[in-house]
Design a protein around this ligand. Sequence first.
Ligand code: ZN
Length: 159
Amino acid sequence: MKVENNKVVTVHYTGTFPESEEVFDSSKDKDPMAFLVGHKNMIEGFERELIGAEIDETREFTLTPEDAYGNRNEEAIQEMPRDQFPEELEIGMMFQAQSENGPMQFTIVEVMEDVVKIDFNHPMAGKILKFSVTVIEIRDASEEELTHGHAHGAHGVHE
Ligand code: ZN
């Protein structure tokens, strides 16, 4: 069996920033990750690079921001009054704001006397990402998983 759309694939993965070689996420020492291929559960490039892989195969690939979390948009950096935030405020803290399109996450980038600079960009936007991914298991998705558009864990049970 090979990785293709509508399969549930279980992988071990390590993601690094190629410039600093810093690991930003890894399934090492954790359970492997299962996902349904072809239903936008993963970033686009991640799935594309795994198509055709077989069990026990390891693939290494580097994704541009376009294939990962998108480019940064400088207009997504905004200022808000300082008094709308708690007293204890640190750079890098994340909050949620209500918008017309539902909740949106933002990150504190600068704290000044009267205003706080916030960034609505995804924290991974604009970044080049390198992955090493090993395929552990491939199975057909159940009807229920296809209807829901996501994987239901290792044995197809809803979690
Ligand atoms: Zn479900």
